[in-house]
Ligand binder design. Sequence first.
Ligand code: FES
Length: 105
Amino acid sequence: AKVTYIENNGTEHVIDVKAGLTVMEGAVKNNVPGIDADCGGACACATCHVYVDAAWESKTGTKSAMEESMLDFAENVEPNSRLSCQIKVSDELDGLVVRMPESQH
Ligand code: FES
């Protein structure tokens, strides 16, 4: 699925991410800056914070309780904030757009 990652400075990266990988893995494997993922996807660091584009909010599903509590450690959390390691890429998410927060640049 094609995922567009938009850095805080506006730079766009359109990456073809294999279904089954997470949005975080798609960024890290392709050297997209702005997603640090210090914990490697264990939902334990909040450095993979992204804002999901409004059009995609319902398709990316809901946050788990663990993700909610970890987001408390992220900066500038908005209603569309997600931890990108908790979003699995599928064919349904083809075209997904996520933006990286200012704190991760
Ligand atoms: Fe650490 Fe997502 S990679 S919470």
